[in-house]
Design a protein around this ligand. Structure first.
Ligand SMILES: [Zn+2]
Length: 407
């Protein structure tokens, strides 16, 4: 058996099974970054970390009751707790939110208002005006608590149903979430008294990015990144332990055939967290110096069993792109795919750094059925796909180093 296959399996199982969660702010997340750092060091890479403050949270019981009737409801991640008795009011549109008198009430949000998950208040990479307006209205109306009823919307929240409309440690009105079906049951109690008790706590914590360097100094560096964090409640195998496995395989390959170009392997920590803490810490660390990066390559959601990997390009110069496409032809499991305006390659592309993304061709299936759920387990990962990506990147980066600078 290929030694790299065996290593890939070991790394994957350790990240997904030995470590119970890689949610930003948790001890599991720090165990994962420690493991990445230790392994990179043992393979001869020098490491640097960027530590940042982050929140963890703890939730207990929730009970929502109207008279003797109880409802199926969950506490939104990072919500504050509460114990309130208040009248139920409802808003199904921005107009109803604007016009209604929701102060001090338990406010049910549904319909048009809950079609897509709200970008966190302070999220810098994506922040549409209509989301910000909803937050502004909620904060000026000051309901005592908010219940959000959501339908299945895979494009915005992975495969979660119901999904929490609000997942934001910077929003201070207690918030819970339920299905659209349960929301209709609850809506029948409009104007009547409800009781909502929920136990929830925010816990100040920290996390870090780990950057590993191969030690070469000549010219601009190539950054290969994969987010190491996962959502709560998922082993996060395809999303995105598989990307971290690729980084570690590549760390070994690039030491076996050293390249003259500086390479940074970056375990980014925050792609699946409301604060995007790792992304901001990285941009802060390299503020004014992002032009020292020749190319950023992001691996996210790759290795999904039964589907090839897909590569896409973002403001990538023709020289780099042609070299990647030529090298790719040697791998039946990698092909060119659609542009993807999410994930960490966009952090670079938005800052004028040429970028490449690698993910699965079955991206939509993965997002609608698997991502962010307990179903995202190591059995779904096809290890040879990951070894192919690492071999491809090894050869591509070696080729870049030999071809010299193109700028
Ligand atoms: Zn991901």
């Amino acid at each position: 058996m290929d030694a790299y296959l065996e290593k890939a399996g070991g790394y994957l199982r350790h990240l997904c099974l030995d470590i119970p969660t890689r949610l930003v702010g948790t001890a599991g997340n720090r165990a994962a970054t420690d493991f990445f750092e230790r392994t990179a060091n043992s393979l001869g890479w020098r490491t640097e970390t960027q530590r940042f403050d982050s929140l963890d949270y703890k939730t207990g019981n929730i009970n929502l009751q109207a008279g003797e009737t109880r409802f199926a409801v969950s506490i939104s991640p990072y919500s504050l707790g509460c114990n309130v008795q208040a009248e139920l009011s409802i808003a199904a549109s921005i107009e109803e939110l604007r016009a209604g008198d929701h102060r001090g009430k338990i406010l049910l949000l549904k319909g048009d208002l809950t079609k897509e998950q709200l970008a966190p208040k302070k999220y810098v990479f994506y922040n549409p005006d209509h989301h910000q307006e909803i937050y502004r209205l909620l904060e000026s109306q000051q309901p005592a608590a908010i219940i959000t009823a959501t339908a299945k919307n895979p494009a915005m929240a992975g495969a979660q149903y119901p999904f929490p409309l609000i997942e934001d440690g910077d929003f201070d009105i207690p918030t819970a979430f339920m299905t659209d079906v349960e929301g209709e049951r609850l809506a029948a109690w409009a104007g009547k008294a409800l009781r909502l008790e929920m136990e929830a706590q925010r816990l100040p914590s920290w996390s870090e990015n780990v950057c590993a360097f191969n030690g070469s100094q000549a010219g601009k560096r190539v950054v290969v990144c994969a987010h190491i964090d996962a959502k709560t409640g998922t082993p996060g195998a395809v999303d995105n332990a598989s990307g971290v496995v690729v980084l570690l395989l590549l760390a070994e390959m690039l030491k076996t055939h050293p390249v003259a170009a500086p390479v940074e392997l970056l375990a980014m920590n925050g792609e699946d967290h409301y604060s995007a803490g790792g992304e901001l810490a990285y941009l802060n660390r390299h503020a004014g110096h992002l032009d020292e990066i020749r190319l950023a390559i992001n691996v996210d959601g790759a290795g999904y069993r039964g589907s090839p990997s897909e590569i896409s390009f973002y403001e990538c110069p023709p020289g780099e792109r042609d070299l990647a496409l030529a090298e790719m032809k040697k791998y039946a499991s990698i092909r060119e795919g659609a542009i993807w305006y999410q994930s960490d390659h966009m952090v670079f592309a938005m800052n004028q750094v040429p970028a490449i993304a690698l993910t699965t061709a079955a991206f939509m299936d993965m997002e609608t059925e698997i991502a962010h759920t307990e179903k995202d387990t190591p059995e779904l990962v096809d290890l040879p796909l990951l070894v192919d990506i690492a071999r491809f990147l090894d050869a591509f980066i070696s080729g870049l180093a030999q071809g010299g600078e193109h700028d």
